[in-house]
Design a protein around this ligand. Sequence first.
Ligand code: SF4
Length: 697
Amino acid sequence: DSRDFDEEVKSVCPFCGVGCQVSLKVKDGKVKYVEGVNGPANEGRLCVKGRFGFDYIHHPHRLTKPLIRREGAEKGLNVDPSNPFTHFREATWEEALDAAAGGLAHLRDTHGGASVAGFGSAKCTNEEAYLFQKLIRQGFGHNNVDHCTRLCHASSVAALMENVGSGAVTATFNEIENADVAIVIGANPVENHPVAATYFKQFTKRGGKLIVMDPRGVGLRRFATHMLQFRPGADVSLLNAIMSVIVEEELYDRAYIEKFTENWESEKQHLAQFTPEAMEDFCGIPAQTIREVAREFAGAKAGMIFWGMGVSQHIHGTDNSRCLISLALMTGNVGKPGAGLHPLRGQNNVQGASDAGLIPMFLPDYQDVTDDGVRGAFSEIWNTGDFSAEKGLTVTEILDAVHAGQIKGMYVLGENPAMSDPDVTHAREALASLEHLVVQDIFLTETANYADVILPAAAFYEKNGTVTNTNRQVQIGRAAVSPPGEAREDWAITLELAKRLGLAWEYDHPSQVFAEMKRGMSSLDNISWDRLENVGAVTYPSLSPEDPGQAIVFGDGFPRSEGRARFTPASVIAPDETPDAEYPMILTTGRQLEHWHTGSMTRRSKVLDAVEPQANCSLHPGTLRKMGVEPGGKVRLETRRGSITLMARADRAIAPDMVFLPFAYVEAAANILTNPALDPYGKIPEFKFAAVRVTAA
Ligand code: SF4
């Protein structure tokens, strides 16, 4: 009986940024089933991933012993995860840690610290993210450390930091219950943030007006008062057109603009050229609809704006977010109940990992690494000398630097760039060319195929630590079961590597790391480990030891000069690669409800894999008919970077010249096709737009 259990442990779902609290029912050292508990972000609700996606932790592919590459074993995607011994041999922890740290130290001492880079993980705890960036900065003296935020919301954070002065959300998603209008743009929360989507649905049931904008007819369209299915890449023209109506019809909040913003006049002048009539053909939305939506949002007593990677993953991703920030500011929709800006975060701890400094340009709490005072403060906390004042390289730049021979070694914790990076053939070649690659993970991922040393890690339900969700809620995750075999918690492995790199680190428990983080992070004021143990979650900022935290921020000004947010006008930039005769269609990539990112966990979850077992893409039924392909038949997708063949589904929500491709499937890896062109500010790749040729296979 699966309902029979010995022990119950409360933790946090390891998948998306909603951060649902879960109760893990444990028997005989295994998690038997999972239920939702009354956390601040989920109130007992779970989606199918949280409910059924837990058994990967007991999968026979789990890494249970350290592995070292056999002499002469060729690097490539050539290892069977159920039998890694063709290419690797088992090692003791002592031997593996010595080899891992020794290889990295040798590169540091021979070629300088900048010859080694690190990719940390948004699926690890705050304490683990903090220690990882500290290891690279203290142990190698530079800032070449990044994680998957670079592939996710880096452009949103760049725009928020620039114009609002803070990268986090201004209001929790639960605030939608106090809104009367909400915009959801470039996001598919029904599949990617399913429990947040339940709050959006409840909002419409109470009469809230939901405006959905997306090139795909995403699931929330069934709840929308307006569904604007605009042309891919036309975000700036559509948003500027909406704002131009607000200017033209003087629907803006003059008092708010005067009190809390700067640069309004240049924004106003800039918008004059973007009338709905001038933009309607470009963005594919009738001028009249644009006018209606503008009046609806500007007329709201309180309005919220939610966005996802449909906004951020473009070479103009930062401009897209600048527009959303301007729209909220001109209508006075920040800092009051039911109003705010909310980029829906992807991974369960992408907010926390970024807060903890796992990014190349900022130390913890987004403190500028080029600032001598900031570095001095961390050198003191770390009891160490100074480290580089230069901003480090980002994820894709690091792989380019590997190709250029500047970076020769990497420490990769819980990331899978051999699947997740754009133009992944280029990324795989980079990984294969490294002189020394240390991979720390729970499975032998595609990236681990290229490793010299593999260190077996504990899964989320096997460790203790804090994570921070999309709502700025710091929550505590608890170990429910022991890691398999000799696998260890990530923080403990990083600690052992640090010692071998000559760093005097002493931690016995993640709570000690959290205490150290608090010394350099004012966002954690009034939040202690003990408090989190007692109450489970505290939203930052928390103004006193009793304050559950501020759901809404910036009601009395912004953390910028004179307390003012800024309007930064955005111009229309064409996608990097536009369709032509050779590649006439548009490729866009994303996720599906059942599978999480590169699929290493969910494709090893029995129920989720049974529900969604094979690689697929979606095309309009008319497009399939023209190609002579039945739904369920095979198609070949080709871009300038490569080709894949996979099953095609018919989906009327996809425009006739588009194909939607999930990126969880190694056998038809979406990122073989994607374009690595970067947004110049957030350095995020253009995953949402590439020119593609689709043919029957
Ligand atoms: Fe987990 Fe996100 Fe689903 Fe909640 S909504 S159960 S956090 S995947």
